[in-house]
Design a protein around this ligand. Structure first.
Ligand code: SF4
Length: 398
């Protein structure tokens, strides 16, 4: 039971595939958002087939967790052709909400199903009047634009009586979400229909009579709102959202685990003290990212939000593999994904609190043959360590 006067927000994680859905939920996310084969904004993600959607929802509901499906692409008339059929299917498998931006799509869903509607950040809802309008059309939750601060989100929640969801972590757009056509005009790929090529991340040249400079003028740093967790809770934000459907399984595990542990700690202690905050910040630095900033969560993002650097903050860890079996008191087996040498230090991400750090003094295959290194897709036998569980993600330092 939470030892706090305020409700602890839902942790909403990205699920770019069925594998990542299972990882995110197993590592503590309360809900995931994902796309089907059409209508989402990540054409390059392994979007879910109907069978995968069914399996994903069953997996989530067995654990009392939620699945939200994105239908937030910009719609043309032709896109409506099979929409009702898809919505009926989603209702039949009991998805928990649909994330929508187009008013026509909102109207169709509200009049033909009972699935709760969450207004996508693509609709750029930044104020309470807009929120009230969407409420009249059947919207239950506002996923506010990333330009809205936590305080403004709290005011919008009170004024509309709607749930509010805010991004807390992940990549950012330098434009208002849903209002960018750089990718369309530079690469012929429509940002608002799943094709964003991240043209804003490119190196551009600025040339005029005084300046000749090459820089990443339009690339944004990555959002990290962990240090503002207290404000999210006190402001009664209903859901904190992590970006990253295109990122890998290690990200899905690490991000869900870190934010869940931070929320649990906060619910018990009513604060994140500096030592704990430093620990969680270190965890968020263990995978590749751009420099972090807090976006517009406190005050409008400005010049300091530009990521004018060539190199990303390098990952301090990479994924080693997944624990595929545990033979109690004897050994466990890792399905290795990468080359690792004897002496490497691995970190096993437990589903519950904590990380097991272990040095691989020797490497052995399933026949107990000693190896000079591992190779991708090789099964490795490691002496049993208490606390290791099947499907734990294992990362390697360095
Ligand atoms: S090109 Fe950049 S700013 Fe535009 S939608 Fe894509 S990520 Fe956002």
């Amino acid at each position: 039971m939470a030892n706090t006067d305020h409700k602890i927000p839902e942790l909403l994680a990205p699920a770019g595939s069925l594998e990542k859905l299972k990882i995110a939920l197993s590592y503590g996310a309360d809900a995931v958002y994902l796309g089907g084969q059409k209508y989402g904004l990540r054409a390059a993600a392994d979007n879910f087939t109907n069978d995968e959607l069914t399996e994903g929802v069953e997996f989530a509901h067995k654990r009392d967790k939620q699945v939200y499906v994105v239908l937030n692409s910009f719609f043309f008339d032709s896109d409506f052709e099979n929409l009702l059929e898809f919505v009926s299917f989603l209702e039949s498998i009991k998805v928990d909400a649909l994330i929508v931006s187009d008013l026509g799509v909102v109207d169709i869903i509200a009049n033909n199903s009972h699935i709760p509607i969450h207004l996508s950040t693509q609709a750029s809802c930044l104020n309470a009047e807009s929120g009230k309008f969407w409420k009249d059309y059947g919207v239950k939750r506002l996923i506010l634009g990333r330009e809205v601060s936590i305080k403004e989100a709290s005011r919008i929640k009170k004024a509309t009586g709607l749930e509010v969801e805010l991004f807390i972590h992940g990549s950012m757009c330098m434009s208002y979400s849903g209002n960018c056509t750089i990718s369309n005009f530079t690469q012929g790929r429509d940002s608002n229909r799943g094709g964003c090529s991240h043209s804003c991340r490119f190196d551009y040249e600025l040339v005029d009579s005084k300046v000749n400079k090459s820089a990443f003028f339009m690339s944004s740093k990555d959002l990290n709102g962990l240090s503002l967790l207290d404000e999210f809770v006190q402001s009664e934000i209903d859901s904190i959202k992590v970006e990253g459907r295109m990122k890998g399984p290690l990200y899905a595990a690490s991000i869900s685990k870190t934010y869940k542990e931070a929320l649990t700690y906060y619910s018990q202690e009513k604060k994140l003290d500096n030592e704990k905050l430093r620990y969680f910040e270190q965890e968020l630095n263990k995978f590749t990212h751009r420099s972090y900033f807090s976006g517009s969560l406190e005050s409008p993002a400005g010049l300091e939000s530009v990521f004018d650097e060539r190199d990303h903050k390098k990952n301090q860890t990479k994924v080693f593999g997944t624990v595929i079996d545990v033979i109690e008191d004897k050994f466990f087996i890792i399905d290795s994904l990468t080359k690792v040498l004897p002496g490497s230090i691995i970190e096993i991400l437990k589903f519950n609190e904590g990380i097991i750090t272990h040095q691989l003094n020797s490497l052995r295959d399933l026949n107990d043959l000693e190896l000079s290194s591992t190779r991708p897709n090789q099964l490795i036998k490691v002496p049993y360590i208490s606390g290791v569980a099947k499907n734990n993600i294992v990362r390697v330092l360095g």
